[in-house]
Ligand binder design. Structure first.
Ligand code: HPA
Ligand SMILES: [Zn+2]
Length: 369
C-alpha cells in the first residue's frame, strides 16, 4: 500500500517535449536483461534450441502480449519470466538478447545502462555461468563501440533461493568481480516472503572481498518501508531498486535525501504488477519535492510494454515536470550512476546542452474532456 495523494492533473506530451525527453541524456539503473526477451525472440530461440515450452505458457506472440497485459502481481510475472529465460542456452543467445536491448536503449537516448542479470536462473538449468557472463559482457563492449553508450553488468541473487546458494554463486563469479566484468550486486525475485535480512552473509562476503563492487537491492516494491531500511542497514546497499514504499516513512525519506541514496523507479512496471493502478498514484512528486533522488527505468520492458523513453513519457503526462525539473532528475540519475567521474562529467555537460536547447518549452496541461 502506498500512501500518497495521486496527482489529478494530466499533461500533454507534445512532439517538441517528446523530442526533448528523447534527447535528454538518460541512464538506466533498473533493467533485467532477461526481462528484455521479446516474445518474437523467445519463440525463435525456443525453435533454434529445441526447447518445448510448458503447455500453460502462452503459445504465440499474440497470446504472450495478451497474457502479459494481465499480471496479477509480481509472482505471476515471475512465473512467466523464469519460463521465458529457459530458451537462452548459448553464449550467442545471451549476446543477441543484450545487443537487441542496447540498440533499443541507444535509440531512446539512453547513454549509460547498468543492467541486471540472474545467473542462478541459468546455472540451475545447467548453463555455465561464464556462458552467461561472457555473452552479456561481449554485448556491453560491442554496444559501446557501435552506439557510444557505456554499459555495466549487475549480478542479482534470487531471493527465493537459500543464502548458501547465493554465496556459492558469488564464489563462482569472483574472477568476474575482480576484473570488473561484474560491476555490482543486486537482489531480486519474490520480495515479501524473502526479506533482506536473509542475505546479510552474501552482501558482507562481496563487500569484504570486492569492496569496489556496487551494492543495491530490490526493496519496497511489494514489501513495506522496513524492507528499504533493512536493506540499507543490514546489506549496506548504496542504492535501492523500486523503493516506492519509502513514502510510508518520513524518517526514511529524510535519510534517503540526506545520503543521496537513489531509488531506481519503474513506473510502467509498477502499473503492470498492480503496485498502483496508474502512474499518477506513484509518489514521484513527493520524492521530487523532498529531494529524494530517483531515476526512471524500464525493469522488464518486454513484459511490461515500455522501454525507458516510454517510462519518461508516462511520467511527464502525469506529473508535468518542466525542463528545469527534468534537468534535476537527469543530474540525479547521473550522480547516482556507477560510472567513472569522467563519464559523469561528459553526461552532465550533455544534459546542460540539451536543457539549454529546449529551455523555452512550456508544460501544457491536458484539457479535461
Ligand atoms: O521487478 C522485479 N522485481 C523483483 N524481481 C524481478 N525480477 C525481474 N524483475 C523483477
Ligand atoms: Zn526489477
Amino acid at each position: 500500500m502506498i500512501i500518497a495523494s495521486p496527482t489529478t492533473m494530466s499533461y500533454v506530451c507534445c512532439d517538441k517535449f517528446t523530442e526533448f525527453l528523447k534527447e535528454l541524456p538518460k541512464c538506466e539503473h533498473h533493467l533485467h536483461l532477461e526481462g528484455t526477451l521479446e516474445p518474437s525472440l523467445l519463440f525463435s530461440l525456443a525453435k533454434r534450441n529445441n526447447i518445448t515450452l510448458p503447455s500453460h505458457f502462452p503459445p504465440s506472440v499474440e497470446a504472450c502480449n495478451e497474457r502479459y497485459s494481465n499480471f496479477a502481481d509480481l509472482q505471476d510475472f515471475l512465473d512467466h519470466y523464469y519460463i521465458g529465460m529457459s530458451v537462452l542456452i548459448t553464449e550467442e543467445d545471451f549476446y543477441e538478447l543484450a545487443m537487441e536491448y542496447f540498440a533499443k536503449a541507444a535509440k531512446d537516448g539512453c547513454l549509460h545502462s547498468e543492467v541486471f542479470f540472474d545467473p542462478q536462473g541459468h546455472v540451475e538449468r545447467g548453463i555455465h555461468v561464464d556462458t552467461v557472463v561472457n555473452g552479456f559482457n561481449r554485448a556491453c563492449k560491442d554496444a559501446n563501440e557501435k552506439f557510444g553508450t557505456t554499459n555495466k553488468l549487475i549480478m542479482c541473487l534470487l531471493r527465493h533461493l537459500p543464502s548458501a546458494a547465493g554465496l556459492e554463486t558469488i564464489l563462482s563469479v569472483s574472477h568476474h568481480f575482480e576484473n570488473g566484468t561484474i560491476h555490482g550486486l543486486g537482489l531480486d525475485s519474490s520480495e515479501k516472503p524473502f526479506p533482506p535480512e536473509l542475505f546479510v552473509e552474501c552482501y558482507a562476503a562481496v563487500k569484504s572481498r570486492h569492496p569496489e563492487v556496487g551494492l543495491t537491492a530490490h526493496a519496497g516494491e511489494e514489501g513495506d518501508h522496513t524492507f528499504v531500511t533493512n536493506s540499507l542497514d543490514l546489506l549496506k546497499v548504496t542504492r535501492i531498486d523500486h523503493g516506492v514504499n519509502s513514502i510510508q516513512s518520513e524518517d526514511l525519506m529524510a535519510r534517503l535525501a540526506e545520503n543521496r541514496t537513489m531509488l531506481s523507479m519503474c513506473p510502467l512496471s509498477n502499473v503492470k504488477l498492480q503496485v498502483v493502478s496508474d502512474v499518477a498514484e506513484l509518489p514521484i512528486r513527493s520524492f521530487f519535492e523532498k529531494d529524494v533522488p530517483f531515476s526512471i527505468n524500464s525493469d522488464d520492458p518486454a513484459y511490461f510494454g515500455g522501454y525507458i523513453l516510454d517510462n519518461y513519457l508516462a511520467v511527464h503526462t502525469r506529473f508535468g515536470f518542466t525542463v528545469a525539473d527534468w534537468k534535476k532528475i537527469a543530474i540525479n540519475g547521473i550522480n547516482g550512476s556507477w560510472c567513472s567521474e569522467s563519464r559523469k562529467s561528459q553526461l552532465l555537460a550533455k544534459v546542460d546542452e540539451v536543457c539549454d536547447k529546449y529551455s523555452s518549452l512550456s508544460v501544457i496541461p491536458a484539457v479535461p474532456i
